[in-house]
Design a protein around this ligand. Structure first.
Ligand code: F6P
Length: 534
């Protein structure tokens, strides 16, 4: 394995100033040869500097993925630092039987899914009502994996949204819940508290505020609460009827949980039938990931492109750029999925990682990003590999001209990033404007685009519940494959613990109570805040 990393690094060095365009010139079939198709999705990764040699070496690197993948699907405890199986895939494969340590876990999964469906339907048709009538608004209170998935998907699938209005509250900043409840009628609002542990301070603080708000006008506020949690003792303490508590096993990680109970808000929004289409899309990607050879395996290829750019080429970040406004929250969702999973400095065996861990992931929908940060992507000194996502068809046939422009922009950006604009062309442009001499050169240099900047494009037919399921599962498996190749445990998140612990210790400092052990800067900031509050 080490040897392959060295050979890859040496090969990258040997490419020198190679231009991606030269790879197309040398291989007329490159566009098709460096595209991977699966289940109606196409990933074109030809606009990268990966050549035949790099591809072969990268595929060698991917060999351990096959064995680890089977261990995951077989329910082995591959999350070794938490001693847990990793089986979120079971939540979307409802017809199968999935054995965990000799026991089929699926009857329980199916029963919870059926209860969710019945409850979602009853909210939608009014047979479950608030104390003031049919539910008009649903507030999902959760954070991280208990928020980002359903929030992202509800926005992505807005054309299928025919249930009550949905709101997502995550931040402990009171502004979040205050802005959300302003204008809502407590008597027709359902509050869903989404927290696997039912201890997360942000979520529990927001839930208490929502309960107090409801209690002012509603006789039995807890009767309009549902809980998505495994901690049934704590949900009972909150007075939430067990019929409205939907639990899941410890083999479902927070950021992988939207396929089960954490997806209840999405299910209420789009209906159980469309939610099942979303699950079917995820299951289709699971089958592909499990069965396709590594060289034709979409998640594996996406992982290898990521490894090439970050660990081999040394590009520090990657941008996810959906040319689909409804995927506006996808970059935020992927930030948690990728950075919480693979942002680790220690390998599975406890040794220091000798390679860079996962990259910084960021992004915004196109074309908005073009008028904001694309300047840096085109002409800055840092190279940012771009991952474009675009649908062949828009959802609004009457606005097809919008979609044409949107798609044209997406394709134009990836072409411009690769081709750039040479100094000669820029000089011609400036000459045409009448410039001469030193000023001609100076102005032209500002208009040069170095090009040779890599990108991939994921093409889908149309954004719908099924394709969204495919996309989310694709990225989940990509993150897993990258983690396996890097030797990381992608399924724990110890890095979020320290901040949580310290926040509890800083709170007394802000209240002016004795709180020893803080650094001088923190003490100073707390004193300034106390003084400003008066
Ligand atoms: O951010 C850390 C984390 O544990 C995530 O993995 C999880 O999605 C989130 O907190 C919320 O946790 P819970 O669902 O237990 O409230």
């Amino acid at each position: 394995m080490t040897d392959i990393w060295t050979r890859l690094t040496d090969h990258r060095k040997s490419q020198g100033a190679l231009r991606i365009e030269a790879l197309f010139a040398a291989d007329p079939a490159r566009a098709a040869g460096f595209s991977t198709r699966a289940e109606g999705l196409v990933l074109d990764w030809s606009k990268t500097s990966i050549d035949d040699t790099a591809r072969a070496l990268l595929l060698e690197l991917a060999q351990p993925v096959a064995e680890r993948r089977e261990a995951m699907f077989a329910g082995q405890r591959i999350n070794e630092t938490e001693d847990r199986a990793v089986l979120h895939t079971a939540l979307r494969n409802l017809d199968a039987s999935v054995m965990v340590e000799g026991q089929d876990v699926m009857p329980e999964v199916r029963a919870t899914h059926a209860r969710m469906g019945a409850f979602a339907q009853s909210v939608r048709d009014g047979s479950f009502a608030g104390q003031g009538g049919k539910i008009t608004d649903v507030i999902n209170i959760g954070i991280g994996g208990s928020d980002l998935g359903p929030a992202m998907a509800t926005r992505a699938l807005s054309p299928w949204h025919d249930g009550p209005r949905l709101h997502f509250v995550s931040n402990v900043d009171g502004a979040d819940i205050a802005d959300t409840i302003a204008g809502l009628d407590p008597a027709t609002t359902l509050v869903i508290v989404a927290s696997k542990t039912f201890t997360t301070i942000e979520t529990m603080t927001n839930a208490q505020t929502a309960l107090d708000w409801m209690a002012k006008t509603v006789a039995q506020p807890a009767a309009q609460f549902a809980a998505l949690s495994s901690a049934t003792d704590r949900t009972a303490e909150w007075g939430i009827d067990a019929a409205r508590v939907f639990g899941f096993e410890d083999w479902v990680g927070g950021r992988y949980s939207m396929w089960g109970p954490i997806g209840l808000s999405l299910m209420i929004a789009i209906g159980p039938g469309q939610f099942d289409r979303f699950l079917a899309g995820g299951a289709a990607m699971d089958r592909h990931f499990r069965q396709a050879p590594l060289a034709e395996n979409l998640p594996v290829i996406l992982a290898l492109v990521g490894i090439w750019h970050h660990q081999i080429c040394g590009y520090g970040t990657r941008a996810v750029l959906p040319y689909d406004n409804r995927l506006a929250r996808l970059p935020a969702y992927l930030q948690q999925l990728e950075m919480e999973s693979n942002g680790k400095r220690v390998a599975m065996d406890g040794s220091d990682l000798t390679l860079p861990s996962g990259p910084v992931v960021w992004g915004e929908p196109g074309t908005n990003g073009q008028h904001a940060f694309y300047q840096l992507i085109h002409q800055g000194t840092a190279i940012v590999p771009c991952e474009f996502i675009v649908a062949a068809r828009g959802h609004e046939p009457e606005l097809a001209h919008h979609h044409l422009l949107l798609t044209a922009n997406c394709l134009a950006q990836s072409e411009a990033l690769m081709r750039g604009r040479s100094l000669d062309v820029a000089l011609d442009l400036m000459r045409a404007k009448g410039l001469t001499g030193a000023e001609l050169e100076r102005q032209a240099r500002h208009r040069v685009f170095p090009g040779n900047r890599p990108s991939t494009t994921l093409l889908i037919a149309e954004l719908d519940p099924f394709t969204l399921g495919q996309i989310v599962a694709l990225y989940e498996h990509r993150v897993f494959a990258e983690g396996v190749i890097l030797g990381i445990n992608s399924f724990d998140q110890w890095g979020v613990e320290l901040g949580k612990e310290l926040a509890l210790k800083v709170a007394p400092l802000l209240e002016g109570k004795p709180a020893p052990g803080h650094d001088p800067s923190t003490e100073q900031l707390a004193a300034l805040i106390r003084a400003a509050r008066g």
